[in-house]
Design a protein around this ligand. Structure first.
Ligand SMILES: NC(=O)c1ccc[n+]([C@@H]2O[C@H](COP(=O)([O-])OP(=O)(O)OC[C@H]3O[C@@H](n4cnc5c(N)ncnc54)[C@H](O)[C@@H]3O)[C@@H](O)[C@H]2O)c1
Length: 423
């Protein structure tokens, strides 16, 4: 490897936001790739001297790189990731680690097969806010006792215009995204704090006409999953809830005490014991803003409460030291399976679904051909509904309103899969 890890960025929307932390985290960006000309033009600003911008993935992958930050379309990560790993290029990916069960199986098999030459990391950022890193530290002291249940919500309100512009094209993944799929911002913090893995999921979803009005969204505004974990605790987590108000609240109730980030102020940690359970060396009530455990200055002001910097830092550290990340492929696909099988649960009125053990070959064989998907496939069709309201039909007036906004903002994406996208 060169002096500094050489990083490529694939997908220069979210990818570019993460690219700005590569330098401070110790790497350099040597190549960027986006087939959207204006996104590619913007991305040139983050290139190191001599770096190159590519419109086609086939050309990009030939560039000398140690690692690639993958931020292309949500449902299309896996085939590209497999090609990168095969070539010995390490990968850090944005949500989701496979939009179908078959994708998850293929991803696990590739990460294992090429493990000696390339590292796979799931780049989930929310778990790395200073408050959640502090809650992991407290959890590990054991003072709170057994974890009984925990709750984490990710609520991201948007205007209808934003919902149209974030999903520029009728077939864009955000217009087909079931309410349980974008679940890792809520599930990863709890898995990170407790090291627990999911065993069984049950889910429900809320349809909301106002959320869809004036947009091309065929999706629900809220999905909630109840997951039994391998440590016996029960987690309730959201997908990406579309309602008011912005929230990333995280709360854990243990047998001897409880802790949470303060609702609507996620930088604050509150820890509580009863008078009977208070440890000698801890106050009964403590509410404070923790500092990050390291790199305070570098992470200050970074996106998502500081989490964005720490994701990039961990990826670079894995490349420098040849170590595995916390969010390895097994954690990544376990989160994806909670979202994807959670949606099957919604479709069946809340039936429980077992989360496969992705280390068990028999489980991989069971799911390897399960390609059911709510996203538009190569044949222009989807094989799962996108809303719990199964008789729902798009209102032509809403679709026309979305088209007007795309036209005026000149932001329509010719989003088709795989066809010309998988270049
Ligand atoms: N962690 C977070 O907080 C966070 C926030 C936003 C988005 N994301 C994730 O980032 C990813 C991208 O989302 P986004 O918001 O940037 O929107 P997006 O999915 O619309 O953008 C994807 C970008 O990749 C490019 N692209 C797609 N396929 C390509 C191909 N084959 N060749 C070249 N370029 C290609 C597109 O032109 C576009 O610029 C998604 O996985 C999403 O889940 C994460």
């Amino acid at each position: 490897m060169a002096n500094k890890p050489r990083i490529g960025i694939f997908g220069c929307g979210r990818g570019l936001s993460m690219g700005k932390y590569v330098g401070p985290a110790g790497g350099e960006i040597v190549a960027v790739c986006d087939h959207n000309p204006s996104k590619l033009e913007n991305a040139k600003s983050v290139l190191a001297e001599g770096g190159k911008a590519y419109a086609r993935f086939d050309d990009f992958i030939e560039h000398e790189m140690d690692g690639v930050y993958v931020a292309n379309y949500f449902d299309q990560h896996v085939p590209y990731v497999i090609r990168l790993l095969e070539k010995g290029i390490s990968v850090c990916i944005e949500p989701i680690c496979g939009a179908t069960m078959a994708d998850m199986v293929a991803l696990v098999r590739a990460a294992e097969k090429y493990r000696d030459r390339a590292t796979f990391m799931f780049g989930e950022n929310y778990q790395y806010t200073p408050a959640l890193q502090e809650m992991k530290r407290i959890y590990q002291t054991g003072k709170l006792g057994q974890l009984l249940y925990a709750h984490c919500e990710y609520v991201h309100p948007t205007t209808s215009r934003e919902r149209v512009l974030y999903a520029a094209g009728h077939n864009h993944w955000r217009n087909s995204l079931p309410s349980t799929y974008y679940n890792s911002h809520a599930l990863s913090p709890l898995m990170y704090i407790s090291d627990a893995m999911p065993k069984v999921v049950m889910a429900q979803s809320t349809h909301c006409e106002e959320y869809q009005k004036g947009t091309a969204r065929g999706t629900d505004a809220c999905g909630i999953m109840m997951t039994k974990m391998d440590n016996g605790a029960i987690f309730t987590t959201t997908g990406c809830v579309g309602g008011a108000v912005h929230s990333t609240w995280c709360q854990l109730t243990h047998f001897r005490g409880a802790m949470e980030t303060v609702r609507y102020d996620p930088s604050v940690v509150a820890v509580r014991y009863t008078s009977a359970t208070k440890p000698e060396d801890s106050p009964r009530y403590n509410t404070y803003i923790p500092d990050p455990p390291f790199d305070g200055q570098k992470s200050a002001g970074s996106g998502h409460g500081g989490g964005d910097y720490f994701v990039v830092r961990e990826f670079i550290r894995c490349l420098e030291e040849g170590i595995q990340p916390y969010n390895d492929v097994y954690r990544g696909v376990a989160m994806a399976a909670v979202g994807v099988l959670g949606w099957r649960s919604v479709m069946e009125g809340g039936m429980p679904y077992a989360i496969p053990d992705f280390r068990d070959e028999a489980e991989l064989v069971k799911w390897e051909n399960d390609t059911l998907s709510p996203f538009i496939g190569a044949d222009g069709k989807r094989t799962l509904p996108t809303t719990v309201k199964q008789d729902w039909k798009a209102d032509p007036a809403d679709l026309a309103a979305a088209e007007e906004i795309w036209k005026e903002a000149k932001s329509f994406t010719d989003y088709s899969w795989p066809g010309k996208e998988l270049n």
